[in-house]
Write a protein that binds this ligand. Structure first.
Ligand code: FUL
Length: 692
């Protein structure tokens, strides 16, 4: 059942009829669509072609080691010792990013520019004696490097006393005008969807302010953006030009439509995040997706995450599962307290781009290649490397055969639809001639602006693309084929409850080498053959080496042995809680949802607790808040920490809860009051302790 759909369709049809009358012909004069299609606007097209852009999260959270501030953090804390926006932009430029979006104001309300309308900004910080303006420096740096500038302005504001009252909208509009007037061209404005959580809101008490769904004056915000920055793309809110991809892990679904029905008319009984991840086939609105993900587990810089920066192979996966699935990638960087991007993050980012350049260095389609299709007319436009020209099939099903004229080995196939006239293809199969037989290589669904198929090495003279189903005659803008070099993944290090360590590599070729003393592994060190026991506090590093090629080093730190750990309760199998595997999840029900007591078997020295929420796609039972108590005897308890997990719903990463001081205890209690979406189940992939 689709709400409002019929009415919207009629409205839209009327709208397109008007458009059609006033704007009859299209590029190359070829298309005379008998069917209705949602189509991108000029600015959506320009945006889509940017493909990879960067996010920068930098604010007061950088200095408080938080992900979501409460709005009462002193502006005096904001004091970068060596801020250099040019360094950010230069790194992004080298990494092939086409634009950068900076958090001008995050949920805590702190402004990176000296806004006239609040005291909660850089003007009351010690940085540059209150005379600085980060947005100005960022805008200048973007101009210098010819980089497009975007800004993030959080509607949710935990500092503002009026937040929750209609008056706040006026404040927000004034800030929006300041940002869109004073700093030059803005290519994208990001209105984050999070809102209404705990904050101080100008009082001396932490409390919740809920807002109803019509709280923000979206139409007026849109008017401001359209008037001041007509080319600016809007992310978020009711007036958005582009949609969130539905997760913060960095992937779009394999079936991925750039169209959706109206933003507030999702299909009932289907998770909204899933719908955002796939889009709606034949949706009446062009609403392409943006995949936002951070290079680190969190969005802001934390010293404790310096060894958790995503590896190049992981970043490549993210690229192939976002840009390669018809989405746009928005990859986040987190400058540190100095105001600089940490060296390791920038190396990963630049090496990621170098690898992508290698993957797509040589198009195997050249002057020697021949093509045959169900319609030969203008077929060359599908292979000319130009997105603006296209081949049109004369039927809804289409076949294209590519004859290299000699044997070629390939493992990447890039397909692009000419989306100016809508997204049409629904189902396709790729076949290759192996020996004398045509072999199915892969079956797929949508293509859209870009679909990149990552395949095992295939040696063939000829291949065929069969488009089996489409909403109308397919329009192909470009096809290219590559043989990308091998990239070794980093191995996965795991330790089970018995203390057995296994180090797995997805690459069959090559060997794994490791160390147990924190040093970098090499060919001359320990070679991994089979699982081994290492039941103590340890740092393990491992790498895959294949002849002269070496992958990236993986690192894992383990705390004290968990061999004797138990959950204090009568029945049930809780081994999944301590098995060291992020893929397995223990689901607590009944009383355990609220409070879990772990018995370590003997007293151990701990400095905190770590909680890994369920990691499955569509994760369930996520704790939103916590209280941690410890005990020596299981009778007398002491509270060591309490609070809420920031942004855990959208980004369910490992949560580390540090205590103010170390404690030698035998029992620990993890208490939660609220589970996301009001679920009556708490799902935990792993519980562990911190030990300094
Ligand atoms: C989320 C926010 O709550 C995070 O802090 C971050 O800014 C991310 C990009 O969007 O919804």
């Amino acid at each position: 059942m689709i709400k409002k759909n019929k009415l919207n369709r009629i409205k839209h049809l009327l709208f397109t009829c008007i458009l059609f009358v006033s704007n009859g012909s299209s590029i190359l004069g070829q298309t005379s669509d008998k069917k209705y299609f949602a189509k991108p606007t000029e600015k959506q097209l320009i945006w889509q072609k940017m493909e990879t852009i960067a996010f920068v999260h930098f604010s007061i959270n950088t200095f408080t080691d938080m992900e979501w501030g409460y709005g009462n953090e002193s502006p005096k804390l904001f004091n970068p010792t060596n801020l250099d926006c040019r360094q950010w932009v230069k790194i992004c430029k080298e990494a092939g990013m086409k634009g950068i979006i900076l958090t001008a104001k995050h949920h805590d309300g702190f402004c990176l520019w000296p806004s006239k309308y609040t005291e909660y900004s850089v003007k009351n910080s010690p940085w540059k004696k209150g005379k600085g303006d980060v947005i100005r420096e960022f805008a200048d740096a973007c101009k210098e490097y010819d980089m497009k500038m975007g800004l993030y302005l959080s509607p949710w504001d935990c500092n503002h006393p009026d937040y929750g009252n209609p008056k706040y909208n006026e404040y927000f509009k004034k800030q929006l005008k300041e940002l869109l007037t004073n700093y030059g061209e803005v290519f994208e404005i990001w209105f984050d969807g999070a809102n209404g959580g705990r904050g101080f809101y100008g009082t001396d008490k932490l409390h919740t302010r809920t807002i109803d769904k019509d709280y923000y004056n979206w139409d007026e915000f849109e008017e401001i953006v359209k008037t001041l920055q007509p080319n600016c793309i809007i992310h978020g809110g009711k007036i958005a030009d582009v949609r969130w991809v539905g997760n913060e892990e960095g992937y779009a679904a394999k079936t991925h439509w750039s169209t959706m029905h109206y933003a507030d008319s999702y299909v009932e009984d289907m998770p909204v995040q899933y719908q955002l991840n796939t889009g709606h086939e034949n949706g009446i609105r062009w609403f392409p997706s943006e995949t936002d993900v951070s290079i680190r587990p969190g969005w802001y810089y934390h010293d404790s995450e310096n060894h958790k920066i995503k590896s190049v192979p992981k970043l490549l996966d993210i690229y192939y599962e976002s840009v390669g699935r018809n989405s746009l990638l928005l990859l986040n960087l987190s400058p540190n307290k100095q105001g600089r991007i940490f060296r390791e993050d920038s190396l990963r980012l630049i090496n990621w781009r170098k690898q992508l350049d290698l993957d797509f260095e040589n198009n195997l389609i050249d002057n020697q290649t021949n093509f045959v299709a169900n319609n030969q007319n203008q077929l060359k436009y599908a292979f000319d490397g130009d997105f603006n020209t296209f081949w049109k099939s004369n039927t809804e099903q289409a076949q294209i055969e590519i004859d290299f004229g000699k044997e070629q080995v390939f493992n990447r196939l890039v397909l692009q639809e000419y989306i100016n006239e809508g997204q049409r293809i629904k189902r396709f199969t790729i076949k290759a001639l192996v020996g004398n037989n045509w072999k199915n290589i892969i079956k797929g669904t949508t293509i859209g602006y870009k679909r990149i198929l990552r395949l095992p090495d295939i040696a063939t003279n000829k291949l065929q693309i069969h488009i089996e189903e489409a909403l109308d005659q397919p329009l192909i803008a470009d096809i290219s084929i590559y043989n990308a070099p091998l990239v070794l993944s980093s191995p996965k290090i795991e330790r089970n409850q018995k203390g057995e360590v296994s180090i797995m590599s997805p690459d069959k070729s090559g060997h794994v080498f490791y160390t147990l003393d924190g040093s970098d592994p090499s060919k001359n060190g320990l070679k991994y053959k089979a699982p081994f026991i290492c039941d103590d506090k340890v740092t393990i590093k491992a790498v895959v080496i294949n002849n002269e090629t070496q992958g990236e080093i993986a690192e894992r730190k383990f705390g004290p042995s968990k061999a004797q750990w138990k959950v204090v309760r009568q029945k049930g199998d809780f081994s999944k809680l301590f098995d060291g595997l992020s893929e397995t999840t223990w689901i607590a029900k009944g009383d355990d949802v609220k409070s879990i007591v772990v018995d370590f078997g003997s007293k151990i020295n701990i400095s905190g607790l770590t909680y890994l929420p369920d990691q499955s796609r569509g994760n369930i039972g996520i704790a939103l808040d916590f209280q941690i108590q410890v005990s020596r005897n299981g009778k007398h308890w002491k509270t060591m920490a309490e609070g809420e997990f920031s942004n855990i719903r959208n980004n369910p990463i490992l949560q580390e809860i540090g205590f103010k001081r170390n404690s030698k205890v035998r029992f620990i209690k993890f208490i939660t009051k609220t589970v996301a979406d009001g679920q009556n189940a708490l799902a935990i992939a792993e519980l562990d302790v911190l030990s300094k």
